[in-house]
Write a protein that binds this ligand. Structure first.
Ligand code: THU
Length: 145
């Protein structure tokens, strides 16, 4: 795997993030879709927060793993911008974060935040957040003139 663009993060940090995401995935509450997703994020001062998807009988109440991790981190006073995410699903191939999660990520990340995704068959992909969401709606647009 190419790691040139992400050389500020240590391979060991990325490996730990993956392990934590997989551990979080095991706690997923996904009785409706059957897809279990786990996420782990690395804060700007190197703390890790994790989350899993939590589904609801009223399907729209479902919260994705990425947003669970972000809300846990922000509500605990985590330092931002987040440096990296790892998202792992129970699907054989890696799943990219959904649009809503990308938007929420963009609020607390920077364009170069690393987003790694993996599935159950060993494939792993690595992006910058700006690859996945090049033109996010950001607080700058809310400035009043
Ligand atoms: N899911 C996530 O946790 N993260 C994503 O980015 C995509 C989808 C969850 C939501 C739902 O519980 C299940 O995967 C199927 O959509």
């Amino acid at each position: 795997m190419k790691q040139k663009k992400f050389d500020k993060l240590k391979a060991s940090e990325l490996k730990t993030l993956k392990i934590e995401a997989e551990n979080a995935r095991k706690k997923a509450y996904a009785p409706y879709s059957g897809f279990k997703v786990g996420a782990a994020l690395l804060t700007s001062n190197k703390k890790i927060f994790t989350g899993c998807n939590v589904e609801n009988a009223s399907y729209g109440g479902t919260i994705c793993a990425e947003r669970t991790a972000i809300l846990k981190a922000v509500s605990e006073g985590a330092s931002t911008p987040f440096q990296a995410f790892h998202v792992v699903s129970s699907s054989p191939t890696p799943w990219p974060p959904c649009g809503m999660c990308l938007q929420v990520m963009s609020e607390f990340c920077i364009p170069s935040t690393v987003v790694m995704i993996s599935g159950q068959k060993g494939e792993e992909k690595m992006f910058h957040l700006s690859d996945l969401l090049p033109e996010s709606f950001s607080p700058q647009y809310l400035l009043k003139s």
